[in-house]
Design a protein around this ligand. Sequence first.
Ligand SMILES: Cc1cc2nc3c(=O)[nH]c(=O)nc-3n(C[C@H](O)[C@H](O)[C@H](O)COP(=O)(O)OP(=O)(O)OC[C@H]3O[C@@H](n4cnc5c(N)ncnc54)[C@H](O)[C@@H]3O)c2cc1C
Ligand code: SF4
Length: 572
Amino acid sequence: MRHIVNPDIYDVVIVGSGAGGGMAAYVLAQAGAKVAMLEAGPMWDAAADGDMFTWNYTSRARGASSKEKPFGEFDGCIGGWEIEGEPYTRAEGTEWDWFRARMLGGRTNHWGRISLRFGPDDFRGYSLDGLGDDWPIGYEDLAPWYDKLDRLVGIFGNRDGFYNEPDGDFLPPPAPRLHELLVMQGAARLGIPVLANRLSILTKARNGRVACHFCGQCGRGCATGSNFSSPTALLPPALDTGRLTIVDQAMAREILTDQEGLATGVSYVNRNDMQEYAVRGRVVVLAASACETARLLLNSTSSRHPAGLANASGVVGRYLMDSTGASVAGIFPQLVGRAAYNEDGVGGAHIYIPWFGQDARRDFARGYHLEVWGGRDQPSYGFMGGIHTINNLFEDRPRGGGGYGMQLKQDYRDLYGSVVGFSARGEMIARYDNYCEIDPDATDQYGIPVLRFHVRWSDEEYRQIKHAQEASRQLVEAMGGEVLTPMPSEEEGYGILAPGRIIHEVGTARMGNDPARAPLNAWCQAHDARNVFVTDGAPFVSQAHKNATWTILALAWRTADRIVELRNAGAL
Ligand SMILES: Cc1cc2nc3c(=O)[nH]c(=O)nc-3n(C[C@H](O)[C@H](O)[C@H](O)COP(=O)(O)OP(=O)(O)OC[C@H]3O[C@@H](n4cnc5c(N)ncnc54)[C@H](O)[C@@H]3O)c2cc1C
Ligand code: SF4
């Protein structure tokens, strides 16, 4: 294919500007490398483009979600489950849903900031229960980068010394809110541990960024830069070096290679003029998100790499994982009709329920944690799903507040904030049979072949979610509440959400010491193209029940340090 070739040759070309791309750019530009970053979406600045200070009532849609804005009208993300002109397909029986961001900073603009380290057990699952594989590295190999990350980005939490939940260099956590105190009470009755949450939100100023003022709108992107996103914490210092060039609206098509099979750059479609371009580089770093990185590798075929770049093992796209997920909510009479007072906080829970079943007899592998929600933050259209349905749960409340009038207002005043819920997030086992591949029959609007997904939950995940449902229901009762929905049956999968729905995609180009079984080595470097590296979630060997991003960031930093080391040694 003919390209308009940029005359510059960069030391490194990075694809993607989210967690993994932002971290790679931060480290490499500061180390002296001349870096080009390709980003499929437009530039985006939370302070100028975000809606952190917008009241829902100022909009005709009252902040409601839509197909274009699945997390609410003012959510800080351009993208979603479906993107116009960028389809993906599913094999029969597959339910996989794929969330993609298309903007500077990717999903880091609106993610939940739950920033959990993997623990020692999370790197050696196979050794513990014979499922999946062990990582080629252990916790101690990554710990120095988690430490550096805590200090650079800032994260709050408590040093709890809890099993397999390594402590970090924490800022003080915010105090629990009323509904969270209720959770702590109920959990104590059942012997379930509750820790202070670990979120990458500043409770004290750090590295030129100011502390959070508790507006609770983190998902909209933080105009004061008090929570972590790539464009607030990583890209500005990288740009300050004068060595980072960001090319926005650049949809990468494939990695270009030479006769030896080494990368020479990346070709892309400029979304503004739809022309084909190429940018050349001595090293290529892929950070387009795990599945998109697999797509790029698989689309980069050549005589040296007939099955796709870094795919001599044939496992690019394989071992795709997401977290398991299910939710349970309860209504709490003791929270009804309480006085209204300011209970603002960060845009996320102040507490966290870690996996607590290590020692119990159970019929599934690995574990899950529970994320807590509730309280009285700014409501948007459709909140509480029809207030009269909640009112009807109470025999002694007056009826008639279904649609309008004084009773409706009174119901909102009394009942809003009386529902508290738990969302389980659990570990999915890495399996060869769960994968994405190039669909031979479909391309996107740029003519780039798209992904076809083959993903199914196994009994391990179903049994795990059954356990999470039961535990969450016991918790609601121990708190003195009433569960709002019946226990889902086995036929309903115990309420497990479709794979992909938790948006923790990892594992499509895993690390491993054996080139026959893994595309990347223990430094996230391609076994069969030494100047290709991956810094998103693709290198994960297992998923842990922990949200992936803190580990993506730590691994990306470690990988970028390795690139600097190899460049300095003349090995790239
Ligand atoms: C609502 C929500 C809540 C979340 N909450 C949490 C949480 O609390 N904790 C947690 O750990 N994780 C959470 N996540 C997941 C988290 O956002 C991701 O793990 C993280 O952003 C992944 O980083 P990444 O660099 O791999 O991808 P991204 O951040 O998505 O960045 C990828 C970038 O690559 C660009 N790109 C893609 N394809 C191309 C291409 N072909 N050419 C050029 N550019 C391309 C995209 O436009 C994007 O900017 C959440 C996600 C969502 C959506
Ligand atoms: S809660 Fe804090 S970190 Fe979140 S958007 Fe508001 S000020 Fe920013």
